[in-house]
Design a protein around this ligand. Sequence first.
Ligand SMILES: Nc1ncnc2c1ncn2[C@@H]1O[C@H](COP(=O)(O)OP(=O)(O)OP(=O)(O)O)[C@@H](O)[C@H]1O
Ligand SMILES: [Mg+2]
Length: 482
Amino acid sequence: MRHVSKSFAGVKALEEVRLEVAAGEVHALMGENGAGKSTLMKILGGLHLPDTGEIRFQGQRIRLRSPHDALRLGIAMIQQELLPFRDLTVAANIGMGREATRWGWLDHGTMNREATRLLARLNTPIEPTRRMGDLSVAEMQTVEIVKALAHEASLIIMDEPSTALSEREVAALFDVIRDLQQRGVAVIYISHKMDEIFRIADTITVLRDGRQVATRPAAELDERELIRLMVGREPTLRVAAPGTPGATLLEVRGLTRPGRFRDVSFSLRRGEILGVGGLMGAGRTELANAICGLAPAPTGEIRVAGKRVRIASPADALKAGIALVSEDRKRFGLVPLMSVQQNLTLSSLRTRFIDRRAETAVADAQIRKFSLKVADRKQPVVNLSGGNQQKVVIAKALLTEPEILILDEPTRGIDVGAKAEIHALISRLARSGKAILLVSSELPELLALSDRLLVMRQGTLTAELNPLHTSQEEIMNLAMPL
Ligand SMILES: Nc1ncnc2c1ncn2[C@@H]1O[C@H](COP(=O)(O)OP(=O)(O)OP(=O)(O)O)[C@@H](O)[C@H]1O
Ligand SMILES: [Mg+2]
């Protein structure tokens, strides 16, 4: 790609970008939220037309007018914001776009067999007949990857494919990537996770504010240098000062949702950050969703400030002062086509008649406070970069002024700088007296922020640890299925 530029309604997303990727190479694309990574890849995937610039693929100058054009040439893209067909089966999603040419329209048997074969390569037990909408985020990601493999592409773009994957799933994905690499397939890999980049990338290109600032062999870079290239200054890594927790605010006793988690009991105090670690599928998200009324638990009790509360819906939770930042922002966090402003104020403005001026003022304040990178508060939220969408979800939850905040993977897809900001924000919230339940798959995040740390395994709490006296290894050991 050469001299590629792209603007959206006056906002320059890319300026004169150059990117060269060799066959069989794993090329990482790095940069802060909003740097232009996804936009560049959407151009290569046929989803956007560039304003200027040219693309050459296998020596030929190409013009991509649609994802279909790109796929036909052998360029497959796994988008950051997944948009699967929720009502179709896994197999149908994998076969999407190929059914007419290879399988004929409704050959479910072949489709299922093909899907099973491909899923096996990723080492993931997902039934091809399951409905897409019933899968977890991790499983949906996996299906997207399998779908790209199915097209036998010679260039596969993965835009933050691992954000929702467990360590084991990431290892399986990397095996697949190395396997593709052996066969001469090039992979462009976007991730904010440094350790992944250094494990898998041959070459790293850094974008900053829509410009390409560096392309170097990964072996010549270290983490510090990479961060410096991304943010344009020396990184400052903040560490949260521990707070002094107050009275017990939330008590959970014997909470059980059959098949998901059982007999979960813990308490959470004002000003406390209680971390919850565990592997994907351990039941952490289900627990969070139960306390927030998204998927209530039939057995057990929840007390807020000593009083028993019945939480049968998100509205009940909100009334009890509990807000959730969901790991699945597409399903529970945001309305993609509504504006940034409407999304921000969606759950906090409870009156029937909305005061537009107040709404605008509130939205502007949040945009400033969270340094949201938006062109306009009326911009549909779906047009924001992934990390900025995540910031909107957090800002929105805080506007409901909850006493108890449940954060499920709050920094997923967030760049290093913004992550430090969100970490600082979380500890500030705790110090101001909020009770925070922090579910995270990132052990350094849990260790740095939590006052106490719970570990969940196969639906039950297995340990309570003091973050100052434990290690990543101990947590992993307690989290591993028996
Ligand atoms: N369809 C669109 N309409 C308007 N602006 C857009 C659109 N798509 C992207 N942008 C803007 O272009 C800029 C680059 O966004 P992009 O999604 O490429 O960032 P990114 O590097 O992928 O960030 P992240 O790490 O958060 O995913 C951002 O300012 C974003 O708001
Ligand atoms: Mg992106």
